[in-house]
Design a protein around this ligand. Structure first.
Ligand code: ZN
Length: 450
């Protein structure tokens, strides 16, 4: 399928980004709800509203913020000089309400520009602070500046008790074991960061809906930081079911793919995503505690097997967090390439097995389960017995079958045979078997010990 023909998947993805682009998103408010309403035309979406003040981990859900109008006008003529109707980026998100006349000297500390690129408007927020401000280009600022002029500044914003909205699309597979895909949805008119992540997640969900899946897929769209923290707080009891996870962001620029490893660095998702990203000519980097919401998912109290899939990383392209991150910067062919690469990762996940020892504390009494008899069924008694011992020791619900084979020095086929025997005797579960969260937790002893 060509990347630029009108009906291509890439073009459809770009069209969705274009419809979402003008909506004024912030960490809460109507812009996020409008975004979910548009996405719900493509995939089934459960929208959750978490009330202001709800405690979530070390935070509280903030006031809901909505903006009705904002401008800087000439106080004498009433002419609007800067108007949020021209760009959602003109206002510092979460600016408090203002309606007053002021001098240039009074206005100046509230104006933000990108000095190195004089035609670009920066993106700024005032989350969790009592502040207000306008963002504009250097060119606009110069044309505005007049020490003898009086300015009428209006920010018609409302900060009040409301809710934080996040959305989830769940696609049920054969088992309850989960692949978590997460994307932030709180930036206003910025295309790569992160409408690209939102449209890739949406089209991925659409593609998965028609498949017979082994894993259950949870695709979450939430505001950055506070949204991920809220989702984690509300889903704590089911986190143990997550076998694989990816944060999706910055997926529409011309750069090659980048995979950022999980905190663990050696999870099955790391091995799979690394190989596929390498195959596309992309690069891999180690985990660091900055970037996107992998920071929350990979905090030590959760330590989820979750990496980040992107193209050029945040802050490493000069359009980042400016008005130049627009619909021209993001191209249909790159969106489509990101989606198809992600689908390859999903294909590998579907074929991969992460076994779980259902009796992980001490060795089970193998004789009681009739296992010694099973060892005698072919001519490789000692090797099969060794494979059983390796599996019982390594099947911690974190390590996959390939890694166990490599570590044991035994063939994947022999480890698979041992897995079959252990599953038959009720001592082990495969990725396709539903394992209750508390059993997974018990197997993943590192989590239990926290
Ligand atoms: Zn950002």
């Amino acid at each position: 399928m060509s990347g630029d023909s009108h009906g291509s998947i890439g073009q459809q993805m770009h069209d969705l980004a274009a419809r979402l682009y003008p909506m004024h998103r912030a960490i809460t408010g109507q812009g996020v709800r409008d975004t979910f309403e548009e996405i719900a035309k493509h995939i089934p979406l459960n929208v959750h509203e978490v009330p202001t003040g709800t405690p979530v981990l070390d935070w509280h859900v903030p006031h809901e913020w909505n903006l009705h109008d904002a401008f800087i006008a000439d106080a004498n003529t009433g002419t609007r000089l800067i108007d949020v109707a021209d760009s959602t980026l003109h206002i510092v998100n979460y600016s408090r309400a203002v309606n007053q006349q002021m001098s240039w000297q009074e206005l100046l500390p509230h104006l933000w520009t990108v000095p190195e690129f004089e035609d670009r408007i920066p993106y700024r927020t005032g989350y969790f602070r009592d502040t207000w401000g306008f963002c504009l280009s250097e060119i606009q600022k110069k044309s505005l500046a007049d020490p003898s002029r009086s300015y009428h500044v209006v920010i018609d914003s409302q900060s009040s008790d409301g809710a934080l909205s996040y959305a989830e699309c769940q696609i049920q597979g054969q088992s309850e074991r989960v692949v978590l895909l997460y994307t932030h949805c709180c930036h206003p008119s910025l295309a790569n960061d992160n409408l690209s992540g939102i449209v890739v997640a949406t089209f991925l969900a659409q593609a998965l809906q028609s498949r017979l899946l082994k894993h259950t897929y949870r695709i979450v769209m939430a505001p950055a930081t506070i949204g991920a923290i809220t989702w984690l707080a509300q889903n704590e009891s089911s986190l143990a079911t997550i076998d694989y996870g990816l944060v999706l962001s910055l997926l529409g620029d011309a750069g090659n793919l980048t995979y950022k490893r999980s905190r663990r660095g050696s999870s099955p998702i790391d091995r799979i995503a690394e190989r596929i990203v390498h195959d596309t000519g992309g690069s891999v980097r180690n985990f660091s505690p900055n970037g996107y919401d992998e920071r929350q998912f990979c905090s030590p109290g959760f330590d989820l097997p979750m990496g980040c899939l992107m193209r050029t990383p945040p802050g490493e392209f000069n359009e980042y967090h400016t008005s130049a991150d627009n619909l021209e910067f993001v191209k249909p062919k790159y969106l489509q390439h990101s989606l198809s690469s992600l689908l390859q990762i999903i294909d590998e996940i579907e074929d991969n097995i992460i076994p779980v020892n259902l009796r992980p504390q001490g060795e089970p009494r193998l004789g009681e389960y009739g296992l010694y008899k099973a060892f005698g069924e072919d001519g490789h008694t000692a090797e099969l017995q060794s494979a059983v011992m390796w599996l019982l020791n390594q099947a911690d619900g974190i390590t996959d079958l390939d890694s166990i084979a490599t570590r044991s020095g035994l063939s994947v086929a022999r480890i698979r045979q041992a897995l079959g025997v252990l599953c038959q005797h009720g001592l082990m579960a495969e990725s396709t078997d539903s394992v209750p969260a508390h059993v997974l937790l018990a197997a993943r002893h590192r989590s239990v010990n926290q």
